[in-house]
Design a protein around this ligand. Sequence first.
Ligand code: ADP
Ligand code: MG
Length: 375
Amino acid sequence: MDERVARLQSRILAETGTSDGEISWVRVPGRVNLIGDHTDYNERFVLPMAIDRDCLIASVRRGDDRVRATSLELETSVEVASDGSADPRAVDPVWGRFIAGAVQALTVRGARVPGLELVLSSTVPLGAGLSSSSALSVGAVLALADAAGLAPPPLDIARIALDAEVRATGVPGGLMDQLTALHGRADHALLIDCRSNAIEPLPLPRALSVIAIHSGMERTLAASAYAQRRAACEEAATALGLRALRDASLDAVRDNPIARHVVSENARVLEFADALRSGDTNALGRLMLSSHASLRDDFAVSTPELDLLVELAVECGAYGARLTGAGFGGCIVALAQRNHADDVAAKVALRYRAASRHEPVVFSVRAVDGAGIPS
Ligand code: ADP
Ligand code: MG
């Protein structure tokens, strides 16, 4: 038995005080976005993949009407009423807001959530830009919906989990993270149209490895800057008389760097998808670098540390690299030849540590299937 499964199993039986309660399981992966940052809420294209780091949740029915959750990472528990009456923003510890958000997102839609004990453990790094929050909220929604006797289609699950996250944090995100967590496919990236929510899995070239490297910098400004950029995009769309920047031409946004990033980034996502289809590795790298330049110069969400990591990745032999997960700290993502990926990552980490005095963390990631029951 997987070591994490064993730990969760003994913990949930201890929490419920039973020796053999019937345990339900759900596993939800994090994600890394290969290209297409800040395009999702403009109803344009993104190209993420689900990664082999996930949130695993065990659940057992309780005899009362409480939903209680324990995180093995944070070593705390949270307990809320199962009728959704708890205000998620008032829940403490803060991570419990995702659980309260999930309960409320379901109950406002008419679900009758029963009392449930949850114990969870995640290998997605928290707060790194690899979407540990969506792995947690999609997992919580799946576990709670199942206990309520519901099996909503994936798009509904994604919307409910997004609603849970918005209730928890107040940050209005797009659907990319949730859709990727649900629809990921092994060895594929996903081209997602964020208007129609159509998803096209695209095989990743076998000779390529994907590396995420954390800058060692917390994404402190990310939430407020995200909301501000999002508002700027909506303003730009309204000024052009459009529902969303999806419909803007590059000509129309030439003098607005924020909108220009969104429009040029979208074109890059589609070119990246073409390059995946034709196996043009050099084009993949070039597009990642121009995406990073646009996020740095036009959208202004990079940091000197992320710029340095991207530069070093290329100098150390990656095909390309870019900041990922919205910016302001967190991770870059790089593409490297599979045989050299470990070497590239080690060299980047060494040089980054020396030049920045921050501690990088390397994650070699593989594309995996979306949420499911662990085997
Ligand atoms: P990201 O989604 O990029 O990892 P966020 O700031 O959006 O970063 O979400 C991180 C938050 O999600 C954590 O601070 C915590 O509140 C919650 N979270 C994620 N995974 C866990 C976990 N295993 N246990 C408790 N809370 C978690
Ligand atoms: Mg998140």
